[in-house]
Design a protein around this ligand. Structure first.
Ligand code: SAM
Length: 277
């Protein structure tokens, strides 16, 4: 019988978050496939685990994947870990999991830390429906295009961001979503300098620019969806619409007012018609 591929989550900073079942699996598998074997060796040494480590990336050459699949075929179990957190979440593993499933091998999760879920759990934003966007494109034009595609997203959005790009990303988010949109910056979670700042995008941008420490370490950014941002009072919507209706027809005024107030275009269109009566 073929072995099992265990997809094992590891801590995102605090080693105390290593789950007991992960330790048990890592102690007993034949091989551990890791992104960066040197980094993973340090983690394993800390827990006294002396396992065989091989490196694995989704772009690993075929011989490496074949070797792992061969190990499973011979009946030995394999554990997949990433540098930190849950494999496959902005980390390698998808191809290996898919290939194992295509061959009918068992794939089993050992759940544990994940920065996206940890950030969402303390964001103070609706968590009943959310979308994980991972890292934004590094080129500004592509980043803006992606954000524009999320303009009508009503679910809470979770992003990962590199510390040296957080200021630019907040600026692009302000340009697209508006500075009033609620968000939470979750930095260095589970570590000594853990920081969770719930604020508007505008205020987050100011705080991050004023304090260089906020541009360091590992960052997850949780941003409210449009429904939750549409908390502008009716009075303000009416005021904006009244001005716009002097210059343009109701459908255009509603579209522009939606952008200005974060309100829903359909709601604003109905309001525009009422105001015109
Ligand atoms: N697979 C990992 C997981 O489950 O969260 C994510 C791997 S991804 C390559 C690394 C990114 O996750 C970092 O650049 C950062 O955006 C986010 N991240 C990882 N650890 C974090 C932490 N302790 N606090 C905040 N964000 C973190």
């Amino acid at each position: 019988m073929a072995g099992t591929l265990y997809v094992v989550a590891t801590p995102i900073g605090n080693r105390g978050d290593m789950v007991p079942r992960a330790l048990e699996i890592l102690q007993n598998v034949g091989v551990i496939a890791a992104e960066d074997t040197r980094r993973s060796r340090r983690l394993l040494n800390h827990f006294g685990i002396d396992a065989r480590l091989v490196s694995y990336h989704d772009h690993s050459d075929d011989t490496r994947s074949q070797a792992l699949l061969g190990t499973l075929e011979r009946g030995d179990d394999v554990a997949l870990i990433s540098d930190a957190g849950t494999p496959l979440i902005s980390d390698p593993g998808f191809r290996l999991v898919r290939e194992c499933q295509a061959r009918g091998y068992r794939v089993s999760p050992i759940p544990g830390p994940c920065a996206a879920v940890a950030a969402l759990s303390v964001a103070g934003l609706p968590s009943d429906r959310f979308v994980f966007e991972g890292f934004l494109p590094t080129r500004q034009a592509r980043r803006l295009k992606l954000l524009e595609g999320l303009l009508d997203e009503s679910r809470t959005m979770i992003f990962y961001e590199a510390p040296h790009r957080i200021v630019e990303t907040l600026e692009d988010m302000i340009a697209v979503f508006g500075g009033d949109r609620h968000a939470t910056l979750a930095r260095e979670l589970t570590k000594v300098y853990e920081t969770v700042i719930p604020a508007s995008l505008e205020s987050l941008h100011r705080q991050v620019c004023d304090d260089a420490n906020q541009q360091r370490g590992e960052i997850a950014l949780v941003v409210a969806g449009i429904e939750q941002a549409a908390d502008v009072g009716d009075g303000e919507k009416k005021r904006v619409l009244t001005i716009l209706l002097e210059e343009m027809p109701p459908n255009k005024a509603a579209a522009m007012a939606a952008k200005l107030t974060g309100g829903k275009r359909n709601d604003l269109y109905r309001l525009a018609l009422q105001l015109g009566e």
